[in-house]
Design a protein around this ligand. Structure first.
Ligand code: GLY
Ligand code: MN
Ligand code: MN
Length: 360
């Protein structure tokens, strides 16, 4: 899904950001940021972006791959890529070099503080992540493909569901279907949580059988060409009691209200509040114990977080999840999650899977 010029454009926007940050170059180490700026998908890479050079450092395992994936000047090296990148900055007579303080360890930071000859290092945070907030049409198309594939993997997996299936069996089937449909893999560990375990927002699937007449929560995401999708659906296995149905309806209405609030200029906090307001009406708001959603893209959790006190205004091209949930310990939980893109005047829900309560 690479368009000529996409990476070059990103690097030009980065250079403008670096001027605003008063540095002459940036050393990029976070894999998602390296990929965003260079196209390189390997696990070990660092980029040095100066005013007129773009160098990608990696090790010998990635020699052929790097040359094929990036238009940057590839340097195969050994040891700490960050050290090598900084040495190159010295060689190129760059005076002020920024580094990603939100992406390196404390130990690394201590080492950097020892100084680097004539180079002045400046700690920066979120510079590349800031560029990644608003997705390009190519990125949105890729996320859409990931979302559609994810929904298809769910449908295929549910066709193979039968009584006696364990949570782990179903999670494995889902991840197998994703791969068969062309995903890079799951974007996070698939959650399949039956009965009381659905009250754990991030449950790990167990060897326990999926129980009848209980809730079943599935939270799954596929990565396609590097981009994540994320969806949660909660099902009725057999029939549900009145309380479970009431919770389901409340979460569904809350999710719809939050989605409805999405448009450019609205704050992430306002979207979060829209979800909570509806749950307050049914008395379930105290059981909604996490944020309403998050941005996603090259990483499963990106800015903006859609939570309380997040003043970030939404802009066209941002892609976020909307995923309110209600969790009753010892009983069960319901979460409904879609991936949504902010459009110039409103929003579009990318997730095609129905939100009607479905009985399996
Ligand atoms: N599956 C992780 C999340 O929904 O954020
Ligand atoms: Mn999510
Ligand atoms: Mn999820």
């Amino acid at each position: 899904m690479r368009t000529p010029g996409e990476f070059e454009q990103r690097r030009e926007l980065l250079r403008e950001a670096l001027t605003r940050e008063r540095v002459d170059a940036l050393v990029v180490v976070a894999p998602a940021n390296v990929r965003y700026l260079s196209g390189f998908t390997g696990s070990n890479g660092a980029l040095l972006i100066t005013g007129d050079r773009e160098l990608l450092f990696t090790d010998s395992r990635y020699k052929t791959q790097a040359a094929g994936e990036t238009g940057c000047d590839v340097k195969i090296t050994k040891g700490s890529l960050m050290d090598v990148a900084i040495k190159w900055a010295q060689r190129l007579k760059v005076a002020r070099v920024g580094f990603e303080r939100n992406r390196i360890s404390y130990e690394r930071h201590q080492e950097l503080r020892k100084g680097r000859g004539t180079i002045r290092l400046k700690s920066l945070t979120g510079v590349v992540e800031g560029l990644r907030l608003v997705k390009s049409p190519v990125e949105i198309a890729t996320i859409r493909a990931a979302v559609v594939l994810n929904s298809e993997a769910l449908e295929q997996s549910l066709k193979r569901w039968k009584p006696g299936t364990t949570e782990i069996d179903l999670a494995a089937e889902i991840e197998f279907r994703m791969r068969r449909l062309g995903a890079d893999g799951p974007s996070f560990e698939t959650i399949v949580a039956s009965g009381e375990r659905s009250a754990l927002p991030h449950a790990r699937p167990t060897v326990g059988e999926i129980q009848r007449n209980q809730l079943l929560l599935i939270d799954m995401g596929a990565t396609v060409a590097g981009y994540a999708s994320d969806m949660t659906r909660t099902f009725a296995v057999g029939s549900l009691n009145a309380k479970a149905k009431r919770i389901y309806r409340a979460v569904w209405e809350s999710q719809l209200a939050a989605v409805d609030a999405i448009r450019p200029g609205v704050t992430a906090n306002a979207v979060d509040q829209a979800a909570r307001r509806v749950l307050r009406q049914s008395g379930f708001d105290k059981l909604f114990i996490h944020s309403t959603g998050h941005g996603l893209g090259l990483e499963i959790h990106e800015s903006p977080r859609v939570g309380k006190k997040v003043p970030q205004e939404l802009e066209a091209g941002m892609v976020i999840t909307v995923e309110p949930g209600v969790y009753v310990e010892g009983f069960g939980g319901v979460r409904i999650e879609d991936t949504v893109v902010v459009t110039p005047t409103s929003h579009e829900v990318l997730t095609p899977t129905s939100k009607e309560l479905r009985a399996l």
